[in-house]
Design a protein around this ligand. Structure first.
Ligand SMILES: N[C@@H](CCC(=O)N[C@@H](CS)C(=O)NCC(=O)O)C(=O)O
Length: 343
């Protein structure tokens, strides 16, 4: 018995020492947005991108680089949803101490925050490419407004009224819950030990334990999804109006701009969530539905999204689709329709 207590105490002490040391080395902190010329990172190519297939902000900068035809060296980084907390690795923290993707690196200097990265990339457009930023100041200010209205900012859950990007994380809970059933508990545990926002790994543990099918039994998730859905409705109504006023085909009318880059990924996320039809299709916001089809037809969509697939994303979308088909109450939670309404 004494030996057993001794072994347990030794194990606990060793664990505590290792954890404390690791935690110190994996400390995270916020970073200022934009180019950080004072930081130098190892690099091989003019542009390098640390990104993830699922991450909305990563999709945005990939689309932008594809539109501008800027080649880059790709560094795929896992999030827990796609396999592991690689963003918490010591290596990645040396690239971004805020532990988030994407990070654009230009000549070895990081540019943080995707809405700043697209502006930065546009300012470095090759001379033979349209810069995606109109010269006309009025159009430029409209573009900025629509970039902001699609951006994911700090503490998005509390600011869904401000932008569609902030309304997205609440809706994304469904695909989180679907994807996480393929990830082991020990991987999530790394987040419990080291993630800067402990709510997130605990949320994944809960989703994994409960399963997507029982998401409707988590009152906080149900409330958040309903609120995010309403917020997204408001943002899309505004976009529908703007597309009508500009006459399309793009947000500013004729010129395709950074605003369109930013909105493409919002629609793509709704499609990944198998919920696009509840927001823009079949006579519901036809302007937005047709707009997304036009965005999808651009070569950048193929290059930046279709050519960066992840098996767990398609797995997640299919899981959501089949779970809703088998469970009308879950469909009602995710799509806001009465449980009896079939698609
Ligand atoms: N405002 C940042 C948001 C960056 C962000 O939150 N990235 C997410 C993926 S979309 C992330 O890396 N999350 C890491 C985690 O949750 O552990 C941007 O626009 O770049």
């Amino acid at each position: 018995m004494t030996i057993l207590v001794g072994v347990v105490a030794l194990f606990a002490a060793t664990f505590f020492v290792v954890w404390t040391r690791e935690r110190r080395q994996r400390r995270t902190h916020p970073v200022a947005a934009g180019l950080r010329p004072e930081i130098s990172l190892p690099f091989e190519e003019e542009f390098e991108l640390y990104h993830n297939a699922l991450s909305l902000c990563s999709m945005k900068i990939r689309v932008c680089l594809a539109e501008l035809d800027i080649p880059y060296r790709s560094h795929p980084i896992d999030l827990i949803e796609t396999g592991a907390y690689e963003t918490l690795s010591r290596h990645f923290l040396s690239v971004n101490p805020a532990a988030t993707v994407p990070v654009l690196v230009h000549d070895g200097h990081p540019v943080y925050e995707s809405h700043e990265q697209i502006r930065y990339a546009a300012a470095h457009a090759p001379p033979d490419r349209a810069s995606l930023v109109p010269d006309d100041p009025a159009l430029r200010s409209t573009m900025e407004r629509w970039i902001d209205r699609s951006s994911l900012t700090e503490d998005p859950i509390e600011h869904g009224d401000e932008s569609a990007g902030n309304a997205v994380p609440g809706l994304t809970l469904a695909i989180f819950a679907a994807m996480i059933d393929r990830i082991g508990y020990t991987k999530i545990l790394e987040g419990v030990l080291f993630h800067f926002d402990k709510k997130r790994p605990f949320m994944f543990l809960l989703f994994k334990a409960m399963g997507l099918e029982r998401m409707g039994k988590i009152p906080l998730a149900v409330k958040l999804i309903a609120r995010s859905r309403k917020q997204m409705d408001v943002h899309l109504d505004a976009l529908e109006k703007e597309l009508g006023a500009s006459g399309g085909p793009w947000i500013l009318g004729d010129p395709y701009s950074l605003a369109d880059v930013s909105w493409l990924v919002i629609f793509e996320r709704l499609a990944q969530l198998d919920t696009l039809h509840a927001f823009a299709a079949d006579g519901l916001r036809p302007g937005c539905a047709a707009y997304f089809e036009r965005l999808r037809a651009r070569p950048a969509y193929r290059e930046a999204i279709l050519e960066h697939p992840h098996p767990l994303i398609s797995y997640g979308t299919n899981r959501i689709r089949s779970a809703k088909a088998a469970n009308p109450a879950l469909r009602a939670v995710l799509e806001g329709r009465p449980a009896s309404a079939a698609r």
